[in-house]
Design a protein around this ligand. Structure first.
Ligand code: ATP
Ligand code: MG
Length: 255
């Protein structure tokens, strides 16, 4: 199953969710590949890699100078591999814009890996450009982290409209789930967002809710997923629960 973690809004917990859910599925014994598809390379540094000295990146894979398996790095988490990213990827959007089948490059590049891994998790950049379109086309399931605040929730209908457009124009099929992040049960706003999102999106909202946690924010500076850095933290427990919930989500087949 290929899961893309995306939201065109910045800072909603995409990378934190991608890294921790990928690490949690790996810890459950599933062979897992995390693809860093963001030029910011946050998932790459979050797993302890130095962005300046990477032998190959997702940029090389998309521009077809490396195969996906040639760009993969083993990580300190058992069963977890990474295709890293750095600023090289920033040029890809322009360079690949005239490539034939430009929206299908990632799906094709991951076709072989899809059979070799139980789960592939893709961390998307905070916009809907060519990179995110590639992730949408490659995915069976989209995971949309929504921070428990007002603006992120306000942007959701627009994002869902774009997803529908991609489905019909690019003839692809995927399902989606919303993951509420940075929940603070002491604030009325968090509780209200939770309630409204559940009312509006019903069974498409993950039962698991990720609480706000200083430890989660601290983990990337240690080059570790939060669930490895502080396994007993409540947010870590919830990310393990989110991974379990996702693995139980039956994906729709590609059209
Ligand atoms: P971008 O759009 O820039 O890629 P993002 O959606 O990937 O951002 P993150 O980088 O995961 O979001 O998170 C944004 C910030 O919030 C980071 O500083 C991160 O450490 C922090 N953060 C994420 N999840 C939590 C949490 N549960 N509790 C506290 N802080 C968190
Ligand atoms: Mg990110």
């Amino acid at each position: 199953m290929i899961v893309s973690v995306l939201n065109n809004k910045g800072g909603t917990g995409k990378t934190t969710s991608a890294v921790n859910i990928a690490a949690a599925t790996a810890q459950r014994g599933k062979k897992t590949l995390l693809v860093d598809l963001d030029p910011q390379g946050n998932a790459t540094t979050g797993l302890g890699f130095e962005k300046a000295t990477l032998p190959a990146t997702i940029y090389n894979v998309l521009s077809q100078t490396r195969r996906a398996d040639e760009a993969m790095l083993g990580t300190k988490v058992e069963n977890l591999w990474l295709i890293p990213s750095n600023l090289d990827l920033a040029g890809a959007e322009v360079e690949l814009s005239s490539a034939p089948g430009r929206e299908y490059l990632l799906r094709e590049a991951l076709a072989t890996s899809k059979g070799n891994y139980d789960t592939i998790v893709i961390d998307c950049p905070p916009n809907i450009g060519l990179l995110t379109l590639n992730a949408l086309v490659a995915s069976d399931l989209l995971l949309i982290p929504v921070q428990c605040e007002y603006y992120p929730m306000e942007g959701l209908p627009t994002l869902l409209k774009v997803m529908d457009l991609v489905k019909s124009r690019l003839k692809t099929e995927f399902d989606y789930r919303i993951l509420l992040t940075m929940y603070d049960r002491r604030t009325a706003l968090s509780r209200r967002v939770l309630e409204q999102v559940r009312t509006n999106f019903d069974e498409r909202v993950m039962k698991t809710v990720i609480p706000r946690s200083v430890r989660m924010a601290e983990a990337p500076s240690k080059g570790q997923p939060g669930i490895v850095f502080r396994p007993k933290n409540t947010a870590s427990e919830q990310y393990r629960s989110a991974a379990r919930e996702l693995l139980e989500t039956p994906p729709l087949a590609h059209a």
